[in-house]
Design a protein around this ligand. Structure first.
Ligand code: T3D
Length: 259
């Protein structure tokens, strides 16, 4: 049997999902897109998984669409993007659990979009983000035009998309696109450390926080305030909320169970 294009490991509430086509810098073929979506669904279903780390095997995070599959013609780009990339990006956004990208190396094209779609990014010092699309006469997809201007501002987004030069991780951190930059050998360990902390947190409150942050990007203030109140009603009924308050009153750390 062919090797899996996406690997799954699970440790103490954290699922580590690794893109596994290192010979092409983890470029997406159809199979890898399907297997990644399966892994995201598994993370969604499994109550033992309370945080997800997404990373790449070898020296890259992900180089976007496998361009060896793009020689020739007679192919619908719209259909392909909708069938393969949109479900993955939408699932990461809809997943009510924290998702941390461990960007171990270059993230290019849809691979950069994939990293941007995660909630947090830990990047290796030598990693970079490349809006590779213009280099091959395509437009940024898989959420790049949504995430980039929100994270770095419109002027920088234009520069990155038009000039298609690699953005080194330290500069990406300065711009607010990356949360932590660490030496390459430590990137997975740092991501696991962050993920471990999140996996021990109030999972349902995190899930609702994610919903509110995304939803309220499009809201006016009164609408955002009301949505927060509605979610607070649900968060206030969780076991983790009761435990958090009890722990505060007893002057001890909380033991959140994710319910
Ligand atoms: O098609 C649709 O459905 C539309 C959707 C599009 C979404 C997209 O993602 S479009 C953008 C596609 N991606 C790219 O254009 C990036 C292509 N790759 C690169 O520009 C460079 O490889 C990198 C800047 C990412 C890294 O450069 P470097 O010098 O570190 O590595 P390399 O030597 O270029 O690559 C190493 C190997 O990986 C090489 O194979 P070889 O020669 O050792 O056999 C290279 O061909 C292969 N590789 C890298 N990226 C891809 C790839 N093979 C197929 N597809 C790739 N995307």
């Amino acid at each position: 049997m062919e090797d899996a294009t996406v690997l799954w490991e699970q440790e103490a509430g954290v699922a580590i999902v690794t893109l596994n086509r290192p010979e092409v810098l983890n470029a997406f073929n159809d199979r890898m897109a399907e297997e990644l979506l399966d892994a995201l669904r598994r993370a969604e279903r499994d109550p033992e998984v309370r945080c997800l780390v997404l990373t790449g095997a070898g020296r890259a995070f992900c180089s976007g669409q496998d361009l060896r599959e793009r020689a020739g013609g007679g192919f619908s780009y719209a259909q392909h993007v909708r069938a393969r990339y949109v479900p993955v990006i939408a699932k990461i956004q809809a997943l009510e659990k924290p998702v941390v990208a461990a960007v171990n190396g270059v993230a290019a094209g849809a691979g950069a979009s994939l990293a941007l779609a995660c909630d947090l990014r830990v990047a290796a010092e030598e990693a970079s983000f490349l809006q590779a699309f213009a280099r091959i006469g395509l437009v940024p997809d898989s959420g790049a035009t949504y995430f980039l201007p929100r994270m770095v501002g419109l002027a920088k987004a234009f520069e990155l998309c038009y000039l298609a030069e690699p953005l080194p991780a330290p500069e990406a951190a300065r711009l607010g696109l990356v949360n932590w930059v660490v030496p390459g050998a430590q990137v997975l360990a740092k991501a696991k450390e962050v993920a471990g902390r999140l996996a021990a947190g109030p999972t349902r409150a995190y899930g609702m926080t994610k919903r509110a942050l995304y939803r309220n990007l499009r809201a006016d203030l009164l609408d955002a305030l009301d949505y927060e109140a509605m979610l607070q009603e649900a968060a206030g009924r969780t076991e983790d909320h009761r435990e958090g308050v009890q722990a505060f009153l007893e002057k001890r750390p909380p033991r959140f169970v994710g319910r």
